[in-house]
Write a protein that binds this ligand. Structure first.
Ligand SMILES: [Zn+2]
Length: 122
């Protein structure tokens, strides 16, 4: 597998998902983080979390391939959070997606949401 191929798959998924994260459904950026920050009103320190990453639904170590049906676009925050502290037992993507939706609904998932809420309240 080449990095170029994976980048291509990531871009495809990014377009297919209308630039929204597979898990939290927040907008992501792929190349132009400044435009994203301006357009979304995201503070500079949080912009990195909105970066589009390629997420393998079935992990490579479990035999997941670099194929369009196995790659989704997820923001860095969701992707990193899924794997944080559990290299060998990341939650199943479907279960994780459900969990993330719940937390998003409660407004306590993403630092970008938290910052928008904070601003809405002031
Ligand atoms: Zn996300």
């Amino acid at each position: 597998m080449s990095l170029k191929k994976l980048r291509q798959l990531r871009r495809q998924a990014f377009e297919k998902q209308n630039h929204l994260c597979y898990y939290c459904k927040l907008p992501m950026w792929e190349q132009d983080q400044q435009q994203f920050a301006r357009g979304q009103g995201v503070p500079a320190r949080l912009v990195k979390y909105g970066r589009c990453t390629a997420e393998h639904l079935v992990a490579r170590k479990d035999g997941g391939r670099d194929l369009p049906e196995n790659i989704v676009a997820a923001c860095l925050w969701c992707n990193a959070s899924r794997h944080r502290g559990r290299q060998h037992c990341a939650p199943d993507p479907t279960a994780y997606k459900t969990r993330v939706s719940q937390l998003v609904g409660q407004g306590i998932w993403h630092p970008v949401i938290a910052s928008k809420l904070a601003r809405a309240l002031t």
